[in-house]
Design a binder for this molecule. Sequence first.
Ligand code: NAD
Length: 403
Amino acid sequence: MATPAFSERNLIHMQNLNVGLIGGGFMGKAHSLAYAAMPMFFWPAPALPVRKVIAEATTELAAEAARRFGFENSTSDWRSIIDDPDIHVVDIATPNHLHAEIAIAAAEAGKHIICEKPLARTGEESKAMYDAVKDKNLVHMVAFNYRRTPAVALAKKYIEEGAIGRILSFRGTYLQDWSADPNAPLSWRFQKSIAGSGALGDIATHVIDMARYLVGEFSAVNAVLSTWIPERPLQAGGADALGTVRGGEGPRGQVDVDDEVMTMIRFANGAVGSVEATRNAHGRNNHITFEIHGTEGSIVFNYERRDELQVCFASDQADRRGFRTVYTGPAHPYGEGLWPIPALGIGYGETKIIEAYDFFKAIAEGGSVSPNFADGYQVALIDDAIVESAAKESWVEVPQITA
Ligand SMILES: NC(=O)c1ccc[n+]([C@@H]2O[C@H](COP(=O)([O-])OP(=O)(O)OC[C@H]3O[C@@H](n4cnc5c(N)ncnc54)[C@H](O)[C@@H]3O)[C@@H](O)[C@H]2O)c1
């Protein structure tokens, strides 16, 4: 009998993998969409995610989340997901203080794990998570999805091919304005005991992840952390409305995390750089940018124009040298699964769909995926070094994890 064609083989072996999703807020929505849509984009799919059970903080919230996000069952006890032998994948989309406890329990139960960023509140907690997964036969991933924007993956390809030569510098920003209003409530994102840090862990980590992905390891940082709004109206738990709800005149509580971070960077390969992140920049909504200069050219990316990569090559004929715009499409990373012509529009949802594709591909193939818990732990060590540097007002070396 002839060997079946690739797609036929894939169809025969395509597994159903049962997902238990913990946390039905902003990220619960994004991940549920990705599980439903991944096989519609990437077909044959590496595996079929089955939305089996979703956990929320209460029975009512869990039941509502199951109806809304298409899960078969719901629970208010995330531990029942860990104990369920039919669950293959545990997805952690809760606030940061629960990541370590859930991930360590899931690793001990032998589940594949995708965990939202930041991996945990501190380097120490992240290390415990990494130690729990590192010698186990399971796939682990940390959800730094912005590196899966096709234009960012294309920047990586150009750099690996040497198109801009040796990298000299990286300048990255993540600027938002949802917390600029002093009456945006004291949600979990402003509480160190839950979030670990403020703009640093919440948004700077995405740019730090892209800097490591595109340039390499950080060797030292020199940072400033600022808290612009020290008190906010109290919020009684629940999902973070990201500034869309205003607090009243009632009691206010203390913000004990940073609103803004700026750091200079020395990379291990000799390049230099900077990362800036704030949630208080009026007029900036999701302004993720980077500009990379190499010996042979430059690359510029702006997430608010995420179908585009601006590139400039020193080898171009002198009278036409300058930035050109490449619109991502079928010729570019992940193009085979996305839309059939360039510039139709990549959205936040697509980055999560691609993330789900790479995660399930690693499970189906018995491989690994990046960024994983080792990457999440290394980013947490960078965050810790940034906090230490800001306190000492000096350069701090970043420790490197050993495998
Ligand atoms: N990758 C990204 O772009 C991105 C974007 C936003 C948030 N995040 C990360 O995702 C995680 C969740 O953030 P979010 O924006 O979805 O927060 P959110 O506040 O919108 O949602 C969190 C949900 O977790 C639920 N929850 C709390 N305790 C729970 C428990 N014990 N069991 C089950 N559910 C529980 C809450 O009720 C809430 O609905 C955080 O780690 C955050 O840093 C990542």
